[in-house]
Structures are given as structure tokens and as C-alpha cells.
Design a protein around this ligand. Sequence first.
Ligand code: WQD
Length: 338
Amino acid sequence: MKILVTGGLGFIGSHTVVELQNEGFEVVVIDDCSNSSKDVLKGITKITGKAPLFENIDLKEKDKVEDFFKRHQDIQGVIHFAASKAVGESVEKPLLYYENNLGTLVYILKELVKKNKASFIFSSSCTVYGQADEMPITESAPIKPAESPYGNTKQIGEEIIFDTCKVTPSLNAIALRYFNPMGAHPSNEIGELPTGVPQNLVPFITQTGIGLREQLSVFGDDYPTPDGTAVRDYIYVVDLAKAHVIALKRLLENRNVTNYEVFNVGTGKGSSVLEVIQSFERVSGKKLNYKFVARRAGDITSAYANTTKANDDLGWKSEYTLDEAMKSAWNWEQKIRK
Ligand code: WQD
């Protein structure tokens, strides 16, 4: 069965391509390599013994999207990762984000509504909840006004899919709201490849550990949390990748309850920035150089998932611990800096 993975060379996309191929799916990857490298294909091929089909297409080019679906009429499902994801950049360049993240979503959905049956998995984010009033966060928690154009594209993206599903019974969709993905494949063949200075905590920690950055700035030590640093739900990227395959199968096998569903994908456990640093120190045997600085604008205090819906309805559960995920991130960092 043929599945399209957009953004399939990116961090989460590449791990999902591996899981799909391991499950016997035929995968076609679309990626414009704007934030990824074609070399990732080699890693995927090494792990799975099979190269996915690959097309370098910019999904903003509507004609090319149309042409792609004409050439691949047998595509039955799409996992749509391709999007820009830097929160700060989105504030500077809102139109770039709305065009990249929403224009392309519309073009793909326009193709899927033409089909007799289509399955669609969307990369959403826990960012849609903002600072939720209750922890852990359930899927029915209210959507808060977005803090950034990036966050807004995830909210509007979900609405676009919801509205389209409402009038398109042949389209089945699931939005997965990711918490904080981290780590690398256990084979050490694929992992996160941030460009420039990492904005996310884990790659900044591993880059500091390896000596590429001098010091980690911990943003805020005065949050109302047990140790004063902010709390997040760090989910191992392979666990996250598996959630996509399970969600896709749910749609392909018609086990979905409605034709648009939403699931949190997290571990259910909150970890503070200091706990993440301690995890790094445990698995690497190194002391991390860090200092406390002011809070980062737009950051929330705490976000971790209630995973009951994903556990019970989707039949998915995270398996890896923070230390195991951190160990994989550290192994990967050591490999790519060699
Ligand atoms: C985690 C914690 C920081 C860097 C963001 C996006 C979200 C998303 C994931 C998509 C926070 C602290 C970080 C550093 C630090 N989705 N931190 N020093 O902010 O939870 O979520 O990335 O891509 O939409 O908003 O993740 O990894 O940036 O930060 O102290 O140098 O680490 O303040 O508490 P965040 P993060």
C-alpha cells in the first residue's frame, strides 16, 4: 500500500518513514530539503534495507502537487509533516509561515477530496493548548489564542482539516498533537539535524555537551514548579513515529470513530529543564555547563499530556524513558560531530 510522507527527510518524518517501511508500506517521500538533507535517505535505506521513492517538490507549487497526485493515483494515505517550525522566525515572517504551513495543506487536501477514500495524518502540536488550565492536558482542553504565527498555523491547520472532513465523508483524518519530540534512532543512522543555533532544549544540551556551544542558558528559574524551571513532556521520536503508523492503520482499517480525530502524543510525564539536564549528565557522564537567565518570551510554565485517549482509543503508548531517549540523542550528537 502506497503512502505519501511529506517532509519525510525531516526529524520526525524520517523516523516515521522507517517505521512505515518496517511495517511493509510502500513510501513516497516529498521533501524540498529546505530544512533537511538528501543524505537522510541513506540512513533510512541502511536501517530498513529499502530506499523510499523520493521527489524533491516544493508543495507551494500547486501545479506540481496536482501533477504528483496524477502520477501516483494509488496513494491511499498521506502523513503530512512538511512545514516550517521555528517559533521566533514565524514572528518575523508570518506570511512565509501561513503560506508554507497552510497553503500547502490546502493543496494536498484538494487532491485528497478527489479520491473515493483517503487517509490523512496531520502534524499538530501541544502548542495549540497554550498554558492549559489543568495538568495533564486532555484533548478536550480549550484551544488558547496562539502565541506565534507558527502556533496559529497548527490551530488553523486543524480547523481546515475539520471543516473539510465535515463535508467530505470519504476523507478520514487524524491530527496528532505532539508534545516535545527528542532523541535519535537506536541504529544511530538518523536523528535530529538542527540548522544553526538550536532553539530546542535537547539539541542545545547535546551540542553544549560535545563542546559546540559553550553554555546552555536555562530560561527562567522562578516558574511555579517544584524546582523553578519549566516543565515539558519529552517524547522519544521513535515512539512518536510509531504513533503515526498506528494512527494511519486505524484509518485504513476503518477503526476511527469519526472522520476527524485528535490525539495527544506524549509520555504523560512532565520533566523540568533541570531534570532534563540531569538526565543528560547521567547518560553522558559529563557535567553540563549551564546558567540561569531570564524567562524566554512566550514560554509557558508547564505542559504534559494526558495520554488516556491515545492509550485506550488509539492503542498507543510511549515506551522509552527520558534517559533512554537522551542516551540516543547523545549517541547521535557524538556521531555527527566526529
Ligand atoms: C523546552 C524547555 C525552554 C532552550 C517548542 C515550540 C513547540 C514545539 C516544540 C515544534 C522550555 C527551555 C530551551 C534553551 C532552555 N513544536 N529551554 N534553554 O518551547 O516547549 O516548544 O518546541 O516544533 O511548538 O513552542 O520546546 O525545546 O524550545 O524548550 O531553558 O536553550 O526548555 O524555556 O522550558 P518548547 P523547547
